[in-house]
Design a protein around this ligand. Structure first.
Ligand SMILES: C[S@@+](CC[C@H](N)C(=O)[O-])C[C@H]1O[C@@H](n2cnc3c(N)ncnc32)[C@H](O)[C@@H]1O
Length: 259
């Protein structure tokens, strides 16, 4: 993977792209007259910084930050509707959430909306290009103010959730959340196609859930395809998941401690 700019960049953009490259050990290539397809053929993955955004191009397309799905869900929440994920998590204002699989941060944005300014959402992303694209997107998003505030509030970290969970003191977050890549992609999620070659895909294990249940004060929540074996991870199916393509598995910490 390399980093470059859009064509005819202003000096500040070049400086910024070089700085990202320096900080994360990614080679910076002067764009000059180089075509994107030529760069893709040569390097496979190309980060492009433009005035509008930082995106990552691969053969699967352009990965860029867009809060579209979260924006729809947040609008419905403002109208008084309860978001399904928020209900399963049992979120209320002031809660602290650890989103172990940040991706585009759509779920983090919705969680941030639910926990409000007194609450906290920390999101972890292991893939460097996905992290860089999402981080730049959250910090530079210039849409409606209410979404901008939510985007700026999320604390996104470039981290592996296993290492991160291991290092946290017990009971650090109210809810720990996972939305790992589905092994079989859902057809409608075509917008996620550019994410697939850049994302990490290892399935969740019982050890991951054990790590999460040490860190969660209240609940561990996992989102997966409805055919997923939640019981195999020691999770129970959240009510309302039965007739849906996407289901949630939960582990209630109080219940499991009670025995
Ligand atoms: C399906 S996406 C999450 C989408 C996200 N919930 C959203 O609303 O945009 C899964 C993400 O988790 C990341 N991931 C997978 N394993 C990880 C790990 N061990 N640590 C941190 N992130 C991981 C992948 O790289 C991918 O970006």
């Amino acid at each position: 993977m390399i980093i470059t700019t859009s064509r005819k960049p202003v000096a500040q953009l070049v400086q910024e792209a070089m700085e990202i490259g320096r900080r994360y050990g990614i080679t910076y290539i002067d764009r000059g007259n180089l075509s994107l397809s030529g760069l893709l053929d040569r390097y496979g993955a190309v980060l492009v910084l433009s005035r509008e955004r930082l995106s990552c191009h691969t053969a699967a397309g352009e990965l860029f930050f867009h809060p579209n799905m979260a924006a729809v869900r947040i609008k419905l929440m403002r109208q008084g509707k309860t978001d399904r994920m928020v209900r399963v998590m049992g979120l209320k204002p002031g809660d602290n959430v650890l989103d172990c699989t940040a991706g585009f941060c759509a779920d983090s944005l919705v969680a941030q909306m639910a926990v409000g300014q007194q609450g906290r959402v920390v999101a972890l992303e292991k893939s460097l290009p996905v992290y860089l694209v999402a981080d730049h997107g959250l910090r530079h998003y210039s849409g409606p103010e209410r979404l901008r505030e939510l985007a700026r509030a999320i604390e996104l970290r470039h981290a592996d959730f296993r290492e991160y969970l291991e290092a946290l003191p017990p009971g650090s977050f109210d809810v720990v959340y996972f939305d790992p890549m589905f092994s079989k992609p859902i057809l409608e999620a075509a917008a996620l196609r550019p994410l697939r070659p850049l994302a990490f895909h290892r399935p969740l294990t019982r050890e991951d859930i054990a790590l999460a249940s040490r860190v969660a004060r209240r609940r561990v929540v996992v989102k997966q395809h409805s055919s997923f074996d939640f019981a195999g991870l020691g999770l129970s199916l959240a009510p309302g998941s039965e007739d849906k393509k996407i289901a949630y598995g939960v582990l209630d910490i109080k219940e499991s401690n009670d025995g």
